[in-house]
Design a protein around this ligand. Structure first.
Ligand SMILES: *Cc1c(COP(=O)(O)O)cnc(C)c1O
Length: 915
């Protein structure tokens, strides 16, 4: 294992560095203005301002706003000792930059109205709110030509434009790539000719944040290749951007990949206006929301309603004496947009041909799938649709047992045999990790040995998990496809919809990886590598590479858009990258979609999915990066403040992921002594990584359990909502709506809680202290072991001794009340000791953790009883403490014919079987 230390940096990212530097400059210039002329103090501040201006000039060369000209103005003011004006300008710029106001009001060339030079500036200042962005030009031009270019693009603006932009020039390949990494406001890239490779403007301050670019070396590429190559890289790294290539090479001489790699190719002789219009149109296309717009338009048309829905247009609401407050609360538009119409500009979700079809196609492009379907009943339904579409009774599905319950119910509906996979336990914190690849492969090989591999249809994993564990999707797919080349993957990305919009995350999504592997396996290069690999294998050894002649890429992912992106509750999507979809699955998929979809889908929800897609295409990169930054800031604060770290620990990568799954050795994102660790390498290589936006706080040292902390402390005292707790942890998440302010509020709340605990503990007498210490000991040391899946009772085994159980049969057997009885939990162990095998007749799902500890047909183990006894949660679905555990009667099990005549039963007691 590599034990290399990752590089660390003083700020998490360039955004944070910018915030800090601008704030410092603001304070320094303000101090400088108040200094006595000629004082030592003035000297110190002068030096500081000089240094900061120099550093910021380097950083700001990657942004069009505030821009070089403005920094030049600062420098001029500084040199001519106009400190008051300098302080004023810096304060104003900092305000615009941090408040993001520059994005809607672009042309603050002056810093307040008085200092504006031209009428044009005044007009712009008062112009309506516009969506403003930056266009990156990659071109090694002179400053003079730069001015000319900017000027000519500026003159093309017209007052009616919906969008405005500024031009950012970068003169080398490296600089352009760094700008794309740093600058969220770039929406389009124009590559003109062949740029030189190396940057000349990387300063030591910038360097740690530019590693992602600097670690590669493409300098050996010829200059003519570098432009098209950059286009390719951008498509991987920021696929949402529009890219344009300006060249002299005649069309006939351009490579096909170059032509396809750009949104459009321009010739130098073409009019600059054409380029301008194309840039604006590119943004307008992403901005377009076909369904939302259709709904808005529909709502503004006068209509008479002579079918269903009395609330449509608010008719039954606003005229009512008794419920008009309901209408007042939501406002008129909500009701104007409520309709059951599928015509008149609208569309039908069950058979879309108009704006919904278009909206889904746009989502497809945004999320990088081949097909995308909107789902209005949450990912709970999306999961059932995918399962029903792809598996039939008696097919085998490999599935992590701690996945969402919708999958378990989906298995009951489909009649498939689940082979349950166990995630590795993190016992100290009463949590599960994720399923190690070794285990998946071992199960598959076992099925292969039993000649059951042809029955295996699907591998279903949760990525990322609630707690933030992320699989190495590429490795899992590659090694599984090596054993079973036609495996279908369902990645439950309920918590991972945002992942497609930041590069680190995207590499571990189902859609990106499907696309990548498809290209890889169809390349001549891979075929060569595969043949070599096969030649090198010993007799009978399992290949770890898929056979390019047999492999099929069939990947599905389901995302709760509403959980991590902008959408109304229940808004969900199914993304499909299945090369056999049209041929093999489309019909069954549509049937399954019909099975589970309401004939009256909620239009507001569909419109929100459409708008949510627009958002991620235009600002996903920025917002996701910011949500990570907020999480990192929070991690650092808890770590750095002694009053917080006294009671709370943010669990680190190392706490969650055993060493053997961390090939790069990355242990934590932040530590007080070393600062920030870069996470890129771990995200490329490690078997598991931790999503930093999921922050698990260990609270064992407070003596309060997770559930109480959530309700009595966070909710009741501070109105802070969280979702998940374990015995001694609580989980916080940041998302694209998290603000600096909300992070500060949370930190303050935790500080107040820590202070209150101090007070409380001080006031304890000896006896109370003893009780408290016991409680802390219990929460930190006495954690109940987490149960593994035991095995299916032989009555319900698909094939004796081979993984896979008949869940559906067990489920429906319990519809006959004569087949089950209740056993009090406290009697279970003695009954089992006396030799009886207890078999669950229902799902038993405690909240938390929220997944079944027992499924119908599963044999009850000591471990499970101990776990249930130790659980201190009140909500356990499928179990009533007054009645006891609902198990099958012995008679029911004996009456039931084993599924295969030669099944042995009952098997030896308590021996753990891999079933
Ligand atoms: C929340 C969740 C679901 C269900 O999604 P809804 O949109 O709430 O129906 C499915 N899988 C996982 C892993 C989840 O966390």
């Amino acid at each position: 294992m590599m034990q290399k230390k990752s590089k660390s940096a003083p700020y998490y990212n360039i955004g944070q560095l910018r915030v800090e530097y601008w704030n410092k400059l603001k304070i320094e210039t303000s101090d400088l203005r108040r200094c006595h002329k000629g004082s030592t103090n003035e000297k110190v501040h002068k030096q500081n301002v000089r240094d900061l201006l120099k550093e910021l000039k380097g950083v700001e060369s990657f942004f069009a706003f505030p821009g070089k000209e403005r920094i030049q103005k600062f420098e001029n003011a500084f040199i001519s000792n106009e400190y008051a004006s300098l302080a004023h300008m810096v304060a104003e710029t900092t305000r615009q930059l941090l408040g993001d106001s520059y994005k809607s009001n672009p042309d603050f060339i002056g810093f307040d109205e008085q200092s504006m030079d031209s009428a044009e500036e005044h007009e712009q200042y008062h112009s309506i709110r516009k969506n403003h962005f930056e266009v990156l030009f990659v071109d090694n031009i002179t400053t003079e030509d730069e001015q000319k270019l900017k000027h000519s693009l500026r003159t093309l603006r017209s007052p009616g434009d919906k969008f405005t932009y500024d031009v950012l020039i970068q003169r080398s390949f490296q600089d352009a790539m760094i700008a794309l990494l740093f600058n969220h406001n770039i929406q389009a890239v124009v590559i003109r000719y062949a740029p030189p490779y190396y940057s000349k403007q990387i300063t030591p301050v910038i360097k740690p944040y530019a590693e992602e670019v600097l670690k590669h070396d493409f300098s050996s590429k010829s200059e003519t290749d570098l432009g098209p190559f950059m286009g390719e890289l951008i498509k991987q790294f920021r696929p949402e951007l529009d890219t344009y290539y300006v060249t002299d090479t005649a069309l006939g001489h351009l490579k096909g990949s170059t032509i396809k790699g750009f949104n459009r190719i321009f010739y130098q002789t073409e009019d600059i206006q054409e380029l301008h219009l194309t840039i604006i149109r590119g943004i307008a296309e992403r901005y377009n929301t076909p369904f939302f717009s259709a709904l808005v338009e529909y709502s503004q048309k006068p209509t008479g309603v002579f079918h269903a829905m009395p609330i449509s247009r608010g008719n039954s609401v606003f005229k009512s004496r008794w419920i008009h407050d309901f209408g007042d609360f939501y406002g008129r538009n909500m009701f104007l947009a409520e309709t059951s119409a599928t015509t008149g500009g609208l569309d039908s979700l069950l058979q879309p041909t108009g704006p919904l079809k278009k909206a889904q196609e746009m989502a497809r492009d945004a999320y990088g799938s081949l097909y995308t379907y909107f789902v209005t009943n949450g990912t709970s339904t999306a999961n059932k649709i995918v399962m029903q579409a792809l598996v039939k009774p008696e097919d085998v599905v490999l599935i992590d047992r701690d996945c969402h319950k919708s999958h378990h119910y989906g298995l009951v509906l489909s009649g498939a045999y689940p082979v349950y996979l166990d995630s590795y336990p993190i016992e100290e914190y009463s949590m599960y990790g994720a399923v190690p690849l070794e285990q998946i492969k071992a199960k598959l090989l076992k099925l292969k040995e039993a000649e059951r591999l042809d029955k295996v249809k699907m591998l279903l994993l949760t990525n990322c998990t609630f707690d933030g564990l992320v699989y190495n999707v590429e490795r899992v797919m590659e090694e599984v496809l090596a054993i079973k080349p036609d495996m279908i993957f369902l990645w439950d990305e309920a918590w991972y919809g945002f992942a497609g919009f930041a590069h680190n995350y995207r590499q571990r999504t189902g859609m990106f990886t499907a696309n990548k592997l498809y290209k890889k396996y169809n390349s001549a290069n891979y075929r060569r590598r595969y043949n070599e690999h096969i030649r090198g294998l010993k007799n009978g050894e399992q290949s770890s590479l898929p056979d390019p002649d047999k492999v099929r890429i069939r990947v599905y992912s389901t995302q709760s858009t509403h959980k991590t992106l902008s959408s109304f509750r229940q808004g969900s999507m199914i993304h499909i990258w299945d090369e056999d979809f049209r041929r093999k699955t489309e019909n069954t998929f549509l049937e399954a979609y019909m099975t589970h979809t309401s004939t009256s889908p909620n239009y507001q929800m569909l419109a929100s999915l459409d708008v949510g897609r627009r958002q991620v295409q235009l600002e996903g990169f920025e917002l996701v990066e910011k949500s990570i930054e907020m999480a990192m800031v929070f991690r650092a604060k808890v770590n750095d403040m002694p009053q917080l770290s006294k009671y709370f620990d943010v669990l680190t990568v190392h706490d969650f992921i055993p060493d053997k799954f961390r090939q790069t050795g990355l242990k934590e994102y932040y530590s007080k002594n070393e600062g920030w660790n870069r996470m890129e390498e771990a995200w490329e290589k490690d078997e598991f990584v931790l999503d930093p936006t999921k922050i698990t706080l260990f609270i064992g040292k407070t003596g309060v359990d997770g559930d109480t902390f959530k309700n009595k402390f966070l909710m009741d005292k501070f109105n802070i909502q969280i979702n998940k707790t374990s015995r001694n942890t609580v989980l916080f998440m940041t998302n694209i709506g998290t603000t600096r302010g909300s992070v500060t509020y949370l930190i303050n709340a935790l500080l107040k809680i820590a202070d209150a605990l101090d007070e409380e503990f001080k006031a304890l007498n000896d006896k109370e202290k003893e009780i408290r210490d016991k409680r802390i000991h219990s929460l930190t040391k006495e954690v109940p072991p987490l149960p593994d899946f035991s095995y299916f009772h032989p009555t319900f085994q698909a094939v004796p001794g081979v993984p896979g159980g008949h869940l559906r049969e067990a489920y429906f057997m319990a519809y006959n009340e004569n087949n089950y009885e209740y056993v009090p939990l406290e009697d279970c162990l003695s009954i089992m000791d006396a030799g009886r095998i207890l078999v669950a007749s229902t799902f038993v799902i405690p909240y938390p953790p929220g997944f079944p500890v027992l499924v119908p047909g599963q044999v009850v183990s000591d471990q499970i009883i101990n776990f249930m006894t130790a659980l201190d949660v009140s909500e356990i679905h499928g179990y009533r403490s007054d009645l006891g555990l609902r198990v099958f009667t012995e008679k029911a099990l004996n009456n039931e014919k084993p599924r295969t005549p030669n099944a042995k039963r009952p098997i030896e007691k308590k021996k753990k079987q891999l079933i």
